[in-house]
Design a protein around this ligand. Structure first.
Ligand SMILES: C[S@@+](CC[C@H](N)C(=O)[O-])C[C@H]1O[C@@H](n2cnc3c(N)ncnc32)[C@H](O)[C@@H]1O
Length: 436
């Protein structure tokens, strides 16, 4: 019989993960240290807490104006976040959650149990008025840092509220069916046959209505299918539609963990070099390609140091899926907003510009560069590309109208997917190097 772990243990580990993020570590890093048996539960709870952390923090400051020690504060923030009113059914009854949080407090810091109990029970008694008092604006209302709220409001003056709200939703699970091994419609039938509701939402994209571990997906180990958001599935078709010959040489300049590399190779017999600066992440490219039975030349290098890795033969196409703020994928990485600092965006913009400049000479005349970020910040999308095109001049580089520019993670973002499957926020610009 499989027994689920006690909630107090899950809350204890969730509080550790929340404390780690508040100290600047990513949730992925923090969860790596959690026992396998607890990890799925802690991931679900800590993701939920990340989406409500601004409100929970404001409530803690109201209920206990003097901050308790960090380990106790992280537990209190976790419990407060999980006790907040929500759409739909709460995962735990209020009193169960409070009792279990007090048990967790006894394990973490025995002397704090009475304090945690008193704060949480007062919160339950006065929940509606306390929430109303803190939630009128700012970090507590939108659950993002102030600088982030201001940036989104500045960049998207008519949809900033929807964008911030979308970040606090659970993301849809979307699959990419390996075009070499079947169609999206066929894969939906395979899922339906095992009782999993699913729907075609793009040329190779299937929305799995209830997410599940990949080990439960038919043919996953054999390479029939991968997990990839519907907006991320735009990259490979956009590049291939730019008129590449079947034998074209393609550089995927920031390739890891390899989703877009694999998609390209599933669709065409092109010759792909998958480059990334991070050797550990590159291993995931190799493993993914092995599972899918595909091949690319794998190179570990800083793409900006072109002389260190390029043999001088131009590429017909370069995919630059540049490092960015990840502001378009906050649904999937709910800790990102709390980890980034305002000044990080400026340094990322600088690196993106350096990558564009360094890689442009590697593009063949008549060839293309597809610039991609999973960001909704204009500085990392439209403004970055405008500046690049200005530096090149009209004769040096031309923007192709086939790429969509900014895709927002909202239902009408042109991803062909139905409303619950709005794709992630991305930016796509295709730039052609004129033939002489
Ligand atoms: C957005 S991710 C790429 C995602 C990947 N294209 C995919 O679809 O799975 C950005 C990648 O850029 C890599 N990177 C960052 N700076 C780099 C540089 N200077 N040269 C090469 N790769 C770099 C990071 O290690 C990271 O793997």
């Amino acid at each position: 019989m499989v027994t689920s772990p006690p909630l107090s243990r899950l809350l204890d580990r969730t509080a550790d993960a929340v404390a780690a993020v508040r100290a600047g570590r990513s949730l992925t890093d923090a969860l790596a240290a959690v026992d396998d048996e607890l990890r799925p539960g802690v991931l679900a709870l800590s993701s939920d807490v990340m989406r409500r952390l601004g409100t929970a923090q404001a409530l803690r400051e109201t209920l206990a104006p003097r901050a308790p020690p960090p380990a106790v504060e992280a537990l209190l923030l976790s419990a407060l976040a999980l006790l907040l009113p929500r759409e739909g059914e709460a995962p735990y009854a209020d009193h169960t959650l409070v009792d279990q949080a007090v048990d967790a407090a006894r394990q973490r810091a025995p002397a704090s149990a009475g304090f945690v109990n008193a704060v949480l029970r007062r919160f339950l008694r006065e929940r509606a008025s306390l929430v109303e008092a803190v939630c009128h604006q700012g970090v507590a209302a939108f659950n993002h840092p102030l600088w982030w709220i201001e940036r989104v409001r500045h960049d998207w003056p008519t949809s900033w509220r929807e964008l911030l709200a979308a970040d606090n939703q659970a993301p849809p699970m979307v699959l990419r069916v390996n075009a070499r091994r079947g169609s999206a419609a066929e894969y939906v039938q395979r899922l339906l046959a095992i009782g999993r509701a699913a729907q075609v939402v793009g040329p190779q994209a299937v929305w799995l209505v209830s997410p599940c571990p990949v080990s439960q997906l038919p043919g996953f180990a054999e390479g029939d299918v991968s997990v990839q958001d519907v907006s991320a599935q735009r990259a490979a078709p956009l590049l291939l539609a730019a008129g590449l010959a079947p034998t074209a040489r393609v550089l995927d300049a920031c390739a890891a963990p390899g989703g877009k590399t694999a998609h390209l190779l599933e669709l065409a017999d092109v010759d792909v070099t998958a480059l990334d600066v991070d050797a550990v992440r590159l291993q995931r490219v190799q493993q993914g390609l092995q599972r899918l039975r595909l091949h690319a030349h794998i190179v570990c290098a800083d793409a900006r140091a072109v002389a260190s890795w390029w043999d001088g033969r131009p590429f017909d196409a370069v995919l630059l899926d540049a490092p960015c703020s990840a502001s378009g994928v906050v649904r999937r990485h709910p800790d990102v907003r709390w980890l980034r600092r305002a000044q990080d965006v400026a340094s990322l913009v600088r690196v993106q510009a350096e990558l564009l400049e360094a890689l442009w000479p590697t593009v063949a005349s008549g060839g293309v560069l597809l610039y991609v970020t999973c960001s909704i910040f204009r500085a990392e999308g439209e403004q970055q590309i405008d500046a690049f095109l200005q530096r090149r001049g009209a004769h040096g580089a031309q923007r192709d109208a086939s790429a969509p520019g900014h895709l927002l993670p909202l239902p009408d973002n042109g991803s062909q997917a139905p409303a619950p499957v709005a794709g992630d926020g991305f930016f796509y610009a295709l730039i052609r190097k004129p033939a002489p």
